[in-house]
Design a protein around this ligand. Sequence first.
Ligand SMILES: Cc1cc2nc3c(=O)[nH]c(=O)nc-3n(C[C@H](O)[C@H](O)[C@H](O)COP(=O)(O)OP(=O)(O)OC[C@H]3O[C@@H](n4cnc5c(N)ncnc54)[C@H](O)[C@@H]3O)c2cc1C
Length: 373
Amino acid sequence: MEIETTIIGAGIIGLAIAAELSEAHKDIFVLERNETFGLETSSRNSEVIHAGIYYPEGSLKARLCVEGNRLLYDICRARNIPFRRCGKMIVAVDEQEEEKLEEILARAKANGIEDIQRLSRRDIRQMEPQVHAVAGLHSPSTGIIDSRRLMRHFVAKAKRNRVNFVYHAKVERIDKLDEGRYDVHGAYPDGETFSFATRHLINCGGLESDILATSMGIDIAASGYEQHFWKGRYFSVDVGPEFIHRLVYPVPQPANVGLGIHATIDVRGRMRLGPDAEHLPDRSYDYTVDRSEQRAFFESVRRFLPSIRYEDMNPEMAGIRPKLQRPGDDVKDFVIQEETEKGFPGVVNLVGIESPGLTSCMAIAKAVRCKLG
Ligand SMILES: Cc1cc2nc3c(=O)[nH]c(=O)nc-3n(C[C@H](O)[C@H](O)[C@H](O)COP(=O)(O)OP(=O)(O)OC[C@H]3O[C@@H](n4cnc5c(N)ncnc54)[C@H](O)[C@@H]3O)c2cc1C
């Protein structure tokens, strides 16, 4: 059996690519090791439609986030996917932090975000009475989305265009054949194995995408594809509706690992705090959240939301970021690489697809479509 295009992974990235490619390509298979789509990082995140504020100018993260932001709002409106263009505040609690706001503003402008505005203490008080800060920035084009509904939209579109989804199918090895074809080997949970040949192979394996690249013979250390797991926990906060009206972020701390524990709301109006960022050196799928971190979350958010009550907080969930950076490294960009130069024509590896991967998913899918021609 020979398949034209195989996509490994039915997270938001694999699904967006399946939906996009299905407009022009026939004979597409999506292989997913879990029982259904979107059970890993794509359902363990903040569901924020980022504006593209923080990423280095010219990076894929900056470019695809800005493009993806527009594409997501368009698809939400066209397909009735729940979203809110609620906006976001970045707040400084002292003069030192206030200075950093200028850097953030300059980077946002360099990334083409024209609608971001400075906020005075008074503006903040008026817009978000619960927030205490000396100054801030307002990003009106940041929002929130029901990411499950977005994934359902991609699956429905792909199925309409005859994409085949195979669940419980874990890819274990990829062998290069002659003339730009590949043998994909894998197994089902009962131990039965499968293998077939494919022309195009798109690796959207999320936390496993570097392992999958290794299995096809790519030197991931030399290519800069080695992923490092960074856990992000969330606590829910049981507050009344309208406690905050938009997302509220602190000024990011210098370690380059996260945006700082912030306060978000989802499309149903529920508020939560997080995520933090903890490196998991053993690459374990550790999604536990217990009370031991509650005090640290509380103290960090209380700096700008002083009326938060400790007893209203509850452990909620965690996600794991597949970062290309170790502790102390500089921020690394997404890898979206067609591998002809490495001797693997027709293979596209997507590695290090951490935040803003959800926001960028449709722009990433268009970029992959261009690479395949
Ligand atoms: C804490 C946290 C908060 C975040 N917040 C935001 C946010 O607010 N906004 C934003 O834009 N982005 C956010 N992100 C990033 C976003 O969630 C990810 O970029 C995105 O979900 C990645 O999607 P994916 O499809 O690459 O990965 P995944 O969702 O992990 O999908 C990969 C799929 O591949 C499958 N797979 C792996 N190996 C195999 C194999 N061998 N065989 C078959 N299938 C396999 C997995 O089972 C999985 O379903 C956040 C991430 C985290 C962790």
